[in-house]
Write a protein that binds this ligand. Structure first.
Ligand SMILES: CN1CCN(C(=O)c2nonc2N)CC1
Length: 247
């Protein structure tokens, strides 16, 4: 899979994509991440990439020409078709379902805006969809692009080791929040590790973890519960959690 990123800070993208799961995926040739800088496609001595907004107001807007030329270069760097996604609070919320769709593509291009954003004509002519990683305002699209790249990289076959796959499966598999995790020491002034986790009874441990995942989802993200396909056993575990919680 190939991801091209158009950004005024391609070094940020390259550095974030060189470490961890994404870096390993690249080393394993599961993923290629390429950064492109619109400033390299800006004309004139100042290599201008932004200008003042028509209508006045604060900040600057990224100009059409450097972006169009940069997107063209990124697109033409590989023969495969490449949809363009713009990171923006105005985009569709990024979900694991959307990540799975992106991860199945042979390639795509991420467009990262800075300042007040990009000229709207670029969005209309060059962008296939906008993606938001959350309802807040960042300083640029690069952090959002790094989030998309990380989530997509994890879904490339061979990117995760067994332990990492288990974590992925725990959320992705059933859409619930994760259960609590503990490690040594078993006793600490902050509290004790739940006895069931030290019991060696793997069936009881699995039930406890499932009940905690169901219960935490009910408490913190009931909207996810509405989407989750709960089994009869799940419903019984959640009922037990709620009885103990309300006791
Ligand atoms: C122009 N620039 C504004 C800030 N920005 C975001 O806040 C953002 N991107 O994706 N999800 C988000 N939230 C990126 C684009």
């Amino acid at each position: 899979m190939r991801i091209d990123v158009v950004s005024l800070f391609p070094e940020f993208i390259a550095q974030s994509a060189a470490v961890g799961v994404v870096g390993r995926a690249q080393q394993r040739d599961l993923l290629d991440v390429h950064g492109w800088n619109p400033r390299d496609y800006a004309q004139g001595g100042y290599r201008r990439v932004d200008d003042r907004p028509f209508g006045g107001g604060p900040g600057m807007v990224m100009m059409i020409e450097p972006l169009q030329a940069c997107l063209r270069a990124a697109r033409e760097a590989d023969a495969r078709p490449a949809p363009v996604f713009y990171l923006s609070p105005q985009g569709a919320p990024l979900t694991q379902t959307r990540v799975r769709q992106l991860a199945a593509m042979p390639r795509f291009i991420l467009l990262c805006g800075r300042y007040e954003g990009v000229d709207e004509r670029v969005l209309a002519a060059e962008v296939d969809a906008e993606i938001s990683i959350g309802d807040y305002v960042l300083s640029g699209g690069e952090l959002a692009a790094a989030v998309v790249i990380d989530a997509v990289a994890r879904l490339q076959d061979g990117a995760l080791n067994d332990a990492e796959s288990a974590v992925q499966d725990s959320f992705e598999g059933d859409g619930l929040l994760d259960c609590p995790h503990y490690t040594h020491p078993a006793s600490h002034p902050l509290g004790e590790v739940p006895a069931v986790l030290r019991s060696g009874d793997h069936a009881a441990i699995a039930r406890w973890r499932r009940m905690q995942a169901l219960g935490r989802t009910w408490l913190r993200r009931p909207d996810l519960l509405d989407e989750a396909a709960l089994s009869k056993a799940d419903a019984q575990l959640l009922a037990q959690f709620r009885r103990e919680h309300d006791a």
